[in-house]
Design a protein around this ligand. Structure first.
Ligand code: PGA
Ligand code: MN
Length: 588
């Protein structure tokens, strides 16, 4: 399929290591994918769903010990330990290669090795980059086909001589938890993943390439790879402004990216268009502004909680050619179900573990991190710019997370440097998207804690450098928190579609159309500038949501100091100054 010697030599080397019975190059054709679907059904990796209700859809269940990204088994093996930094697991690449070679040695005996050439970003875009993933899993092939642009087009994009492609090697091996490793070698452009068959651990184009490896490349090449959604907000005059937003996993990026405006706004002509729901690659454009593409071609979304009210666009995206992972299988009509889909759990059903499930026994039928893999073209609100090779110009960058208290509904950073400070100190309560305890507050700078492929202090410096390059054309930076709770633990802000009210203020600020109030932490809206039309929320409640509690923020400062302490002399001075300024503001 290619004459590229760099590719062919690497494939030969990997073949000698894993010793497959058979080798199949994925060309991206519909005929070949059909064949692979059949193989996947025949070996039981996938089950076919109701062709009338869910045409082209498949169901997959992972092993019970393999349901989320495993951050403690994820490594950044740069040559020097300090280049991986204090937030990543590291081992000497020589030792890690030796250990992994033992695990990969002959691992594909009796199996087929699939070679998936894929392109992250639109074919032909100057932003795009090519990867090749070797795998023994048809689940991976079929998911990669939805999430990326696979096949001959990707090889064409690479060309016959380039060596600039990410080498991904994956084997499910025995799904042995104790020998599960997700390993990145940034200096070699390589990712090796073994003993998992779950999403982000094995769809190597996603977190492994498009964030961990790409963030490292981006620092060296002068661009940015970020854990951000991209949306276009259209106003009644038909003008569209683009916003990027970084939230940790399972904090509502997909929902915000596909937001449906509340009725009063929809009637006036407001619309939201989805460019991406998880990852953004950003570069300064010829006009000096920051432009973004979505490197992905599909959505790997969290299923539970997705329903016709919370996210009708995501739900519509999953009605055909979608892969469901770890949801409930409704045996009556061969469809799928998850908690929060509707109030009618199926009576005759199998849970995510593959066991007969009694919906009245109090157990969850779908895993909390169960997923849908849906093609972007299925999305009713997909942006007309989705495939634009030049990307879209970004007006605002929004950070956010889950905080029961502390962070107000929205505030704006005073400058790019202050915005980098705000992003670098982000904190959020943990979710089921990664293995480990749920609901614990942890610092997650720019929502990149599990995804930054190099030293986080250098990453902060790179953000500051990008700001200098962009100058007064840099996007404005904001922070939001949809998740404030009252004393009984209920969410105060309705969220979902009503978040448009906040996006409108953000765009007005970017356009110089709205005023702001100075607070110790940054600029906040005047409460009357948030349009509450048609919403049952009082001015007092809104004021409460915007309140900055000085004593909580003093605790926050202590937490930030402790966190910043990790970065030693790689913490940029600008950020130390920002922290000192916050502390002084709180003492005023
Ligand atoms: P995410 O995780 O929720 O951070 O996008 C993706 C994954 O687990 O593969
Ligand atoms: Mn994500």
């Amino acid at each position: 399929m290619t004459k590229n010697k760099n590719v062919l030599e690497w494939i030969e080397e990997m073949k000698a290591l894993v010793q497959p019975d058979k080798v199949v190059w994925i060309d991206g054709s519909e005929e070949q994918l059909k064949e692979i679907r059949n193989i996947s059904l025949a070996c039981g990796e996938m089950e076919a769903l109701n062709e009338e209700k869910l045409p082209g859809c498949l169901l997959h269940r992972t092993a019970i010990n393999d349901v989320a990204r495993v951050e403690n088994k994820t490594f950044i093996c740069s040559r020097k330990k300090e280049d991986a930094g204090p937030t990543n697991n590291w081992e000497d690449p020589k030792e890690m290669y030796a250990k992994l070679r033992r695990l990969f040695d002959g691992v594909m005996k009796g199996r087929t090795m699939y070679i998936i050439p894929y392109c992250m970003g639109p074919i032909g875009s100057p932003f795009s980059k090519v990867g090749i993933e070797i795998t023994d899993s048809t689940y991976v092939v079929l998911n990669m086909d939805i999430m990326t642009r696979v096949g001959t087009d990707a090889l064409k994009q690479l060309g016959d001589v380039s060596n600039d492609f990410v080498r991904g090697l994956h084997s499910k091996a025995d799904i042995d938890e104790d020998n599960r490793y997700i390993v990145h070698f940034p200096e070699d452009n390589a990712i090796w993943s073994v003993n998992s068959g779950y999403g982000g651990n094995v769809l190597l184009g996603k977190k492994c390439f498009a964030l961990r490896i790409a963030s490292y490349q981006a620092k060296n090449e002068g661009w940015m790879a970020e854990h951000m959604l991209i949306l276009g907000l259209e106003n009644p005059q038909g003008e569209i402004k683009y916003v990027c937003a970084a939230f940790p996993s399972a904090c509502g990026k997909t929902n915000l990216a596909m937001l449906i405006p509340p009725e009063v706004f929809a009637k006036k002509g407001y619309k939201v268009w989805t460019v991406g729901d998880d990852i953004a690659w950003l570069r300064p454009g010829p006009d000096g502004r920051l432009w973004a593409i979505n490197p992905e071609n599909g959505f790997f979304g969290v299923a539970p909680g997705t329903n016709i009210k919370s996210n009708p666009n995501a739900l519509a995206s999953t009605r055909k050619n979608t892969i469901f992972t770890n949801v409930v299988h409704n045996l009556d009509d061969n469809t799928v179900w998850w908690e929060g889909l509707d109030k009618n759990p199926p009576k005759n059903a199998v849970n995510w573990k593959g066991e007969k499930w009694d919906c009245t026994d109090g157990s969850k039928g779908a895993h909390p991190n169960s997923r849908f893999t849906a093609p972007a073209i299925n999305c009713p609100c997909i942006s007309s710019e989705f495939n634009n090779p030049q990307g879209v110009p970004i007006s605002a960058i929004v950070f956010g997370g889950r905080r029961a208290k502390t962070a107000p509904l929205v505030y704006q950073a005073r400058s790019w440097e202050h915005g980098v400070f705000v992003g670098s100190t982000m904190a959020s309560e943990t979710t089921a998207a990664a293995a480990g305890a749920v609901g614990v507050v942890r610092r997650d700078p720019m929502a990149m804690l599990p995804f930054c492929g190099y030293h986080m202090g250098d990453y902060f410096q790179h953000w500051l450098d990008m700001g200098k390059k962009l100058g007064d054309k840099a996007p404005k930076i904001f922070n939001v928190n949809w998740f404030r709770t009252d004393d009984e633990g209920h969410f105060i802000w309705p969220g979902f579609g009503d978040n448009l009210r906040i996006l409108n203020w953000i765009i007005d600020r970017c356009e110089g159309k709205a005023d702001a109030v100075e607070t110790p932490i940054g600029y906040e809206p005047k409460p009357e500038d948030i349009n509450l039309e048609g919403l049952d929320i009082s001015m007092d409640t809104l004021k409460g949501l915007l309140n900055v509690d000085i004593s909580l923020w003093k605790e926050e400062v202590a937490g930030i100091k402790e966190f910043y302490g990790k970065f030693g002399d790689r913490l940029p001075n600008e950020l130390k100054e920002q922290l000192a300024k916050l502390e002084a503001n709180l003492d005023k």
